[in-house]
Design a protein around this ligand. Sequence first.
Ligand SMILES: Cc1ncc(COP(=O)(O)O)c(C=O)c1O
Length: 441
Amino acid sequence: MNNRVILESLRPPLSLKYADWVHTLPESEIRRLLRFTPKYYFAGGKPGVLPTDTFKQILYQIADELVTNGINTLNYGATEGNNELRTILAKRLKKRDHVSCSPDDVLITTGSQQTLYALSDCLITPGDIILTTRPTYLGFLLPAEKMGARIVTLPSDDGGLLPEYIEVAIQLCKQEFGTSPKILYTVPYSDNPKGTTLSSKRKRDIIDCVFNYDDLLIIEDAAYKEIQFGISKIHPLKEYDSNNQRIAYLSTSTKEAASLRIGYSVLPEELRNAVIKAKGYYDLCSSELVQQILAIYYDKYIDLQLPMIRQGYADRCEAMINAIMEFMPDGSFTRPTGGFFIWYETRKKHFDSLAFVKSAIDGDVAYVPGIAFYPQNGFAVTEESKLVKCRRPTNAMRLGYSLLSPEKITKGIKALSKLLRKEPTTFPSTSSFFLGKGHVV
Ligand SMILES: Cc1ncc(COP(=O)(O)O)c(C=O)c1O
C-alpha cells in the first residue's frame, strides 16, 4: 500500500445530515418496481402501443436536417420550449381540447412530472392544503408532501371525484385548520390509479363550486385525455377557463406518442412565469432534439396514429377485465373507458398487497400496491362529512395493462391468481420487502 492509500483509509467516512424529507418520504413505489423485469409487468404506466415505424421515419428526416440545422438541434434551447412545437401544440390544444391559448401560453417541460413538481415547488409553503381524490396519483402526492402540504383526500366512486365533497372539505378545512385549501388536483380522464372518468355533470359541478373561491387553483392533469376508447371529443375543465386564470392544465406526450420525456401545459400567466423560473433551475431546458422530433409527430402523424394506439390499449384493457373475471372473481375492480389502469380490491380487507409484492415478483408478476396512492400523513373527508386522519387501505392493487399484449395479460393475471391462492392472506405490514429506509406506513 502506498502512503496515499494508507492516508485515505485513516480518514473518517463522510457524515452528512440530509434534508428531513430524504428520511421521511419513500422512493416512489413505481420507480422502485421499474428495477425489476418480471415476465408479467403490470406495475408502471409504461406505454406498450408505440408508433415505432413513424418514429423511424421522423428520425431519418431529423438526421437529414442535422446537416443544415445541427447547431440549433444539438444545442440549448429556450427554457419555455421550442417555438415550433409550442405553436403546433397551441393549435391542437385549441382544436382538440377546446383550450383557448396562444403559442406563448404553452410551456414545455421534461415530462409532465416536471410540471407537477414545479407546481408544488412554486405554490406550496408548509401547511398549505391540497384537495384531491382518495386514492390519487402518487407522482403529484409525493412532491406535494415533500413541500410540506397537508393533503386532504375526498371520496371518489367509479365515476371519479364526488364534487359535493369539495364544498364540505373547504368548510372543514376552515374550521379545523383555520385556512382554506389552495389547490384541487384532479385527473379527469381515466385517472391514475383507478381509471375513472368524470362525467360532464361532475365537471360542471366542480367548476360551479371551485370558481366561487378566488384563492383555489385547479390542477387538471389530462395525461390520458387522448387514450379514450369510446369518445373522440375532449371537453376538459379548462374549457371553462377561457381567460386562463383559474386552471393549470397539463398533459404529456408519453401516453399519446412515446416516453420521450416531454410534457406540455397551459398555466395562468403568473404561475407559468414562476414555473419557467423553477425549470431554469432544474434543467435549463428540455432536449431540443426531442422537441423537434415531437414537433413533426404532432404536426403530421398523431391523428393518423391515435386510432391504432387507442385500439391497442382498448384490447389490452378488455383482456385484463376478462382475465380478472375468469381468474380473480373474488374481488371488485374498475372498468376503465380509457387510460392504462385497473384498480383491484380483494374482498379480504386485511390482505396486505404491499407485503405480497415480494411473492408476486418471485412469481414473475409486478403490480403497484394500492397504499402508494394515499398520503403518508394526510387527512380524509369521510362520506359522513367528517375530517379524520387518512387511512391507507392495504387490500388494493393497481394493475396496469398498457405494456403487455392481450395474450400475456391473460397469462399474467392467471399467474397472479395462482400466487394469490397459494399465499396466506394477511402479513405483518412491517415485513415488507419494499419498505424503503424511512418509509412510514
Ligand atoms: C396522471 C399522470 N400524470 C402525470 C404523469 C407523468 O407523465 P410523464 O411521463 O409525462 O412525466 C403520469 C405518468 O404516468 C400520470 O399517470
